[in-house]
Design a protein around this ligand. Sequence first.
Ligand SMILES: Cc1cc2nc3c(=O)[nH]c(=O)nc-3n(C[C@H](O)[C@H](O)[C@H](O)COP(=O)(O)O)c2cc1C
Length: 210
Amino acid sequence: MSKITDSLAWRYATHKFIKDKEISEADLSNILEAGNLAATAYGLQPFTFVVITDQALKDSLVPHAYGQQHVADNSALVVLAAATNIDEAYITEYTSRIEKVRNLPAGSVDGFKDAMVGDLTNRTPEARLAWAQKQAYIALGTMMAAASELQVDNHALEGFNPDAFDEALGLTAKGLHATVLLALGYRAPEDEWQHMAKVRKNPEQIIEYR
Ligand SMILES: Cc1cc2nc3c(=O)[nH]c(=O)nc-3n(C[C@H](O)[C@H](O)[C@H](O)COP(=O)(O)O)c2cc1C
């Protein structure tokens, strides 16, 4: 078995983290950088990672997550927030950055910019948000894999009220919408979920060769 599948077999949705056992800053920043390195459509990265370590703030979010206590009892809670403000200016910021990073003359990626603007700004706001949220999930999976590689336990959560999170974290005014959560920390010895066998499809059920 390769290392990556070892790490993925080791990870499980951790429901109880060791209280007060913190992830090192180096590991946390590595996990976040993995999210930053995740592929996204066009490379636009239409999301922000809101990293919450403040205990009082995490505690205040539990009622908006159906009482799921591990939203608060962890070392860090990452709220992956999708962009709601993808417009020509948002896209131009990106294409200008491409030109700068790659030392290209101004305007040299205008064709790419126009294609993105044409594609994305012609979608309804709902469809644009759905697209941005799909990109955020790629970052989620990448961060979960990276955390597992570092033996940092993790749990993704969709069971929360996104509008209440937006309100509590002031996301709407920033052009963001809470999409999915990632709790990080270290598994508590008493967390019974770690002993449960993984339930996955057989390869024949999930892979179809043609
Ligand atoms: C996007 C996503 C959202 C999830 N939301 C929740 C949640 O709100 N509450 C919960 O208890 N588990 C949640 N889970 C955990 C899954 O139930 C769990 O990953 C799945 O049963 C497979 O188990 P494993 O991760 O331990 O292998 C979520 C997982 C993912 C990937």
